[in-house]
Design a protein around this ligand. Structure first.
Ligand code: PSU
Ligand code: MN
Length: 305
């Protein structure tokens, strides 16, 4: 069989050979989630945070038909500057690779790449989920089904608060995805620490989360875990402040007929404008925080192996 077009960065290849902890990172947050140059600066800082915590970062992206697991700094910069990278989910990954194109991986596609690369832990900002109005639009992120199928532990600050969080939690429960709030009882809401909804599970230590990941494997259960890590208190935007901003952005998206893959990038960029950059500062802080916890969980899994 023709080998997979996987390209490991030297640092990642070395860590794989040594059984050292690795944290996968996504790239849609770079191309479609943040403006240039903050996207590049954040991608570099997230990688540095993972290294400082004793693990190796592996940013995932498709470049010219190869699935890169770990990017060089020039590759990271090219991706951050590109304006035409595809947004790749489970549905698009094979087509992008087979046609030699370039694209950024969402949570779903990054999980698929992490599994292929033997990486157990992945850190990002917030997963996709059930959009508000999904009862008429049917817009439910492929991230949810991926969590049900692919055995990777995903560290996020909950699901993005632009979504319908109660419905997102219901679908995760239906799909059998463990949702573990880290260090608190409630499910976090991305820019805010508290969604007002109880999280189904709570854990206070990285090694407990690692043990649960390994136990799922031993039970032969497919699928991953969602670790919902609240944004640090100093960086949060309270729900009362961000709530009306989200409503405004959602109303604009509806009026403009924004649909499908464009919805999340449109909302994030409008909320950035409406908060004069405050939402981006919070987004950066929560991703860095997730990178740290991801490194701790990856280290605990590597230690147990
Ligand atoms: N986290 C962020 N910013 C982002 C994303 C995550 O802080 O832009 C991306 C992820 O790639 C996630 C995607 O998979 O948003 C969700 O897109 P959709 O709602 O179209 O499934
Ligand atoms: Mn969608």
């Amino acid at each position: 069989m023709t080998p997979l077009p996987l390209a490991f960065a030297p640092e990642v290849a070395k860590a794989r050979a040594a059984g050292a902890p690795i944290v996968a990172l996504e790239s849609t947050i770079i191309t479609h989630g943040m403006p240039y140059p903050q996207n590049l600066e954040t991608a570099r800082r997230v990688e540095a945070e993972v290294r400082a915590a004793g693990a190796v970062p592996a940013t995932i992206a498709v470049m010219a038909g190869r699935l890169h697991v770990g990017l060089s700094d020039p590759e990271l910069e090219a991706l951050a500057r590109s304006r035409d990278a595809m947004k790749l989910s489970r549905a698009d990954l094979a087509a992008c690779l087979a046609s030699g194109r370039t694209g950024a991986t969402t949570v779903a596609a990054t999980m698929i790449a992490a599994r292929l690369a033997g990486i157990a832990v992945f850190a990002t900002g917030g997963i996709g989920g059930v959009h508000r109005g999904a009862e008429t639009s049917f817009d439910i992120s492929a991230d949810l089904r991926e969590l049900a199928e692919t055995p990777v532990t995903v560290v996020a600050a909950g699901a993005k608060a632009i979504l319908d969080l109660p419905k997102t939690l219901e679908v995760l429960e239906t799909l059998g995805v463990p949702v573990i709030a880290y260090g608190q009882d409630s499910f976090p809401a991305f820019w805010s620490r508290d969604s007002g909804l109880a999280a189904p599970l709570r854990m206070d230590r990285a090694d407990e989360i690692a043990a649960a990941h390994l136990m799922r494997g031993r039970l032969g259960l497919p699928g991953g875990q969602l670790v919902a890590n609240p944004i640090p208190a100093a960086d949060e935007i309270p729900r009362a402040v961000i709530g009306p901003v989200i409503e405004t952005a959602l109303a604009e998206a509806r009026a403009k007929g924004i649909a499908a893959k464009a919805v999340t990038p449109f909302l994030l960029s409008r909320i950035f404008e409406l908060t004069e950059g405050r939402s981006l500062d919070a987004n950066i802080a929560l991703v860095l925080n997730n990178a740290r916890l991801g490194a701790a969980i990856a280290t605990a899994i590597a230690d147990a192996a």
